[in-house]
Design a protein around this ligand. Structure first.
Ligand SMILES: *Cc1c(COP(=O)(O)O)cnc(C)c1O
Length: 235
């Protein structure tokens, strides 16, 4: 990727913050209530550190190799893992991130708990929901999420903190909002069950094109890449 100039980042950041703040205002929330996470795939370390200096407090990577290559060079920041995680890579990321957002199978949860136990830690996780029931996407189907939460909540070294989703891309706002609303309803239903060992407090949804909509439908963690860093060149 071509390096972003400081001026370009500043412009992007200001535009994102304006949209973020007006979405917060429309639902009577403040920036204490909703986390703006910078999705940093393909973004170089210098640019990420610049974003941190401007006020970004949370970053997320979706590939293990990329996370490992940047991890040691980042200034202090909360790192999340937000992509599909293979069970054999769990040991590589578990001591580097504060939250794994993308737990999409019982098998993966079991491995995270096992690796966490080895290190004497409790790992915070979100369960990913395939809210559009798309063939191409990872995550638990909406019908399976309750039983998944119940089973995974019994694993010793995990704490389920909420749900994450990447909804289908929709043509119109109303269709997009419907998926966000379905997620919010699942989130509230699970939270109200007060299952032992869980701390259901995070609903992670909304990206560059729709994070304002997601906030209006109850998201309290949004993941923004392109709107901050510009279009990426995928090799
Ligand atoms: C890349 C990515 C994002 C950010 O997407 P943009 O459309 O670039 O804002 C959010 N979540 C996940 C899981 C991603 O991989």
């Amino acid at each position: 990727m071509e390096k972003l100039s400081a001026k370009e980042f500043d412009q992007n950041y200001n535009a994102v913050m304006e949209k973020f703040n007006s979405a917060l205002e429309s639902v009577g929330k403040t920036s204490n209530d909703v986390i703006l996470l910078a999705a940093t795939k393909t973004v170089d370390v210098d640019t990420i550190n610049y974003a941190i200096s401007k006020g970004i407090t949370h970053v997320g990577e979706n590939k293990v190799q990329e996370l490992l290559s940047k991890h040691n060079f980042l200034n202090p920041v909360n790192e999340h893992f937000i992509g599909h995680l293979q069970t054999n890579k769990v040991k590589d990321v578990i001591d580097k991130v504060s939250l794994i957002q993308s737990v999409d199978s019982i098998k993966l949860a079991r491995e995270i708990s096992k690796q966490a136990q080895k290190r004497g830690i409790v790992m915070d996780i979100l369960l990913e929901v395939n809210i559009g029931k798309e063939e191409s996407k990872w995550g638990f189907l909406p019908n399976d999420i309750f039983s998944a939460v119940k089973e995974i909540s019994t694993f010793s070294n995990l704490r389920i903190c909420g749900l994450m989703t990447i909804p289908p891309i929709c043509e119109d706002t109303e269709a997009q909002s419907k998926f966000f609303r379905e997620m919010y309803n699942l989130y509230v239903d699970i939270r109200e069950q007060k299952i032992d060992n869980t701390n259901i407090s995070i609903l992670s949804m909304g990206m560059s094109d729709d994070f304002d909509l997601a906030i209006k439908e109850g998201a309290n963690l949004v993941r923004v890449g392109t709107a901050l860093f510009g279009k990426r060149n995928y090799l």
